[in-house]
Design a protein around this ligand. Sequence first.
Ligand code: GUN
Length: 292
Amino acid sequence: MYTLIDGKATATAIKQQIAEEVKEMVANGAKRPCLAAVLVGHDGGSETYVKNKVIACEQCGFESRLIRYEDDVTEEELLACVAKLNNDPQIDGFIVQLPLPKHIDEQKIIMAIDYRKDVDGFHPINVGRMAIGLPCFVSATPLGIMTLLQHYHIETSGKKCVVLGRSNIVGKPMAQLMMQKQYGDATVTVCHSHTKDIKAECREADIIIAAIGRPDFVTADMVKEGAVIIDVGTTRVPDATKKKGFRLNGDVKFDEVAPKCSFITPVPGGVGPMTICSLMKNTLAAAKKEYY
Ligand code: GUN
């Protein structure tokens, strides 16, 4: 019998702890932590993420600002917005929701963010510090997954971990954290579209972290008996039975994989809520100037 990892409940408990800490900070005269989010265009997924980030801020007792631009915003305008947020003492941390429209150089925008306010952990200074184990803002999804593994006392040390996907936001930082000394301490394999035999790699794994955005990619024949499965996928799949006309589909074929597992995350309600909760953690750390 497998254990279903409840990301929603874990995130709620952590947000409550944050809210209590903020209450005490404010009672002692500190200002409320403040997170700003920059949202470009009207992509459904991005709208939902940002809306949920604003709600989480309220739950944690943070202030939040939402800055919106239309799809035709210029790179110069966005860079000016970033510069303004960098210099605004009211703002402890901010994020620019990705993806951005094609005419904007995402990396240029990320590089313009003051690394001390980069609560997404996307700036090369934070990415580099994380890679060598220095205190820094860590990308929210990998950080949320590490928190879940710790919360459920899942042993990672010496385990074989397969990360599916090599994105800058999830795959790469996830692999770094899992291999990090005194953190994941795992033996990590990163698989991607050019990996020769993904099935064989997965079958060897004690822990699989699937972040490739391909619905139902991980099937039962790829999973070792007793493995831990973390599903990061959230592809919108048309579904007439749902109110919104779609459902969120993970990268794992849950029904057939779950019976083989020791632990597994559902979609939704697994990794997603933890990502937002980690962003709150990072924002609190920014307000407390914990790293910089
Ligand atoms: N798009 C998908 N995930 C994220 C995230 O964690 N942060 C930002 N800024 N954009 C995203």
